[in-house]
Design a protein around this ligand. Sequence first.
Ligand SMILES: [Zn+2]
Length: 559
Amino acid sequence: MRRRRESLFFCALLALSLGIGPFGCSSDRSQSEIKLVVVIVVDQFRYDYVERFSDSFGAGGFKRLMSEGAFFANADYNYAPTYTAPGHASIFTGSTPSQNGIVGNLWYDRAAGAQKVIVSDDSAKVVTSYGIQSYTKTTRPASPRILIGTTFGDQMRLATGFRSKVIAVSLKDRAAVLPGGREANGAYWFDASSGSLVSSDYYFRAMPEWVDKFNAQRKPDSYFARVWEHALPASAYETTQGVTTDVKGSPLGRNFPFSITGGEEKPGEEFYKAFQYTPFASEYLADFAKAAIDAESLGADKYPDLLAISFSTPDLVGHSYGPDSDEVEDIYIRLDQVIADFLNYVDDKVGLSNTIIAVTGDHGVAPIPRLAVLNKIDAEVIDPAACIDAVNKALQARFGGEKWVENLVNDQIYLNRAAIEQAKADPAEAERLAGKALLGVRGIASVFTRTQIINGQMPPGLISKRISNGFNPNRSGDVWFITNPFCFVGEGELATTHGSPYDYDCHVPIFLLGPGIRADRYYQDCAPADIAPTICALLRVEAPSNVSGRVLTEALSKK
Ligand SMILES: [Zn+2]
C-alpha cells in the first residue's frame, strides 16, 4: 500500500515536471499530449486534386499537411454507394454501410413506404437562433438516431465521463449530425432560409449563447454582392479543361466572374443558396469552427475534444461545373488558404503539437459525361425510368400484375414484396429476372441480387467486396446494378455526380498530422474507415463499436 502511494506520488511529480496530462503517468504516454482532434472532411475531394492543383497551393495548407504529416496516397472507400452520408459515417465510425446502416443520402423506408433523407428525423425539431421550430422553409429536422453503433467522438465522450466535447459543423445536415455521433454536444448546419446555422433538439432545447452571437453577426451578409473571380493568373489553371460543357444546377451562372447576389436586392434565401456555391462559404464555416474553439474551450483542458468540420462547397461546385473546371480548382485553391489559416489558429489557441488533424474526402466525382465523350471516353447518363420500365416489363411477362418496382434509389431496385407474395412468386427468381432485365439497359454493366449478397454468392473481385460492404439487409434494395465506368443514373439538376464503386468516386486523400504520427508519403492500401481506429489508438480509447478499419500503423511512431 505504502509503495503504491509512493509510486503515485512519484508519478504525479513526473507528470508535473513533464507537463503531461490526464490519463496516467507512464512516461511514454504520448497520447496525454493530445488535447484536440480536428477532422476536416472536404465534400467531394478526389485524390488527384492534391496532385493536379499542387502548384497552385500555398505552403501552409495541403502542402504543410503533406510535409509535416502523413499523407496516404492510396486511400479508397471500400464500399458503394459513395455518397456524403455514408462517407461521413464511415470516417467517424470506422465502418461501412453494411454495419453502420448509412446506406445512402437517401434510402427507401419499406415500412413507411417512402423515400427518406437518411438523417431526417420526424421526432426531432429544428433549433434556431429564433427558437425551436418543426421545420424551416429550407431545413427539415435531423438527428443521428438512424446511425447504428458509435463514432470515435462517442468513444471519447464515453471514455472521459463525458468531459471530452464533440462539436460538428457543415453546410449540410448529414455532414454535421453523422460526424457528431450520438453523444455530440452540438452539431450545426446551414439553413438557407435564414442564412444562419441551425441544430436539432436532439442536442439541446435552446441554442447555445455563443451560436446565437455568431448568427447575430450575419456573416454571410457581408459577402453580399461580392465577386468571385479566379484567385490566380490563368497559368495556374493549366491542368483543368477550362471550358465546361454542361453547367447545371448552379445558381451562379456559367462563367467567371460571378457576382454573388442570388438575383436579390438584399440578402435573402436566394442569396444564401448562391452563397453556398462560393468559396466564401468555406471561410464562413472556418469562422464558426474558430468561434467553437473559443466558446466551447476546445483543447483547453486535459480531456481531448473533437471538432469536425465538413466543407460542403466543393461538392456543390463539383456537381455543377465538374472536376475538370476552373471553378473546382479555384474552390480548392481558396480552401487551401482557409485550411492554412485555420491550422495557424489551432496552433495559436491549442498548439498543433497537442492536436491531431485529419483531413480527407467523403467521396470523389465522375467527369461530366459529355466532356468525357469529347475526350473519347464512353460515358452517359442513364434514365432511371428506363431501369424501372425494364424491370416492370420483365416481371409482368413472367408473373402478370403491374407495378413490380416499389422504388429506385442508390442504383438499387426495391421490388414490390406484396406483389411477389400475391403472385406466389419466388423472391429470388423475381430478383434474378429483374437483374437480367436491367442488364439490357444501356450503360449497366452488372447486377447483384439481395439473395446473392446475403448468401455470399458473389463473384470474386473488388466490386463485389465494395457492394457487400455497402449492403445493409434491413435498408438496402433487392437488386443493385452497377453502371459502366463514367456512366450514372440521372438525378435532377446535376452536371455530374458520384456514388459508384469506381476509382474516381472511391479514391480520396488522407492526411494525418500530430503527435505520434510520422511524416511521410504512404502507398499502402487503406481506407477512410481506418481514420477512426487510428485516432482511437493514438488517444488510447476504445474504438467505435462496429469498427472494421485498421490502425494505420505504418504512420505511427513506435513510442
Ligand atoms: Zn455530392
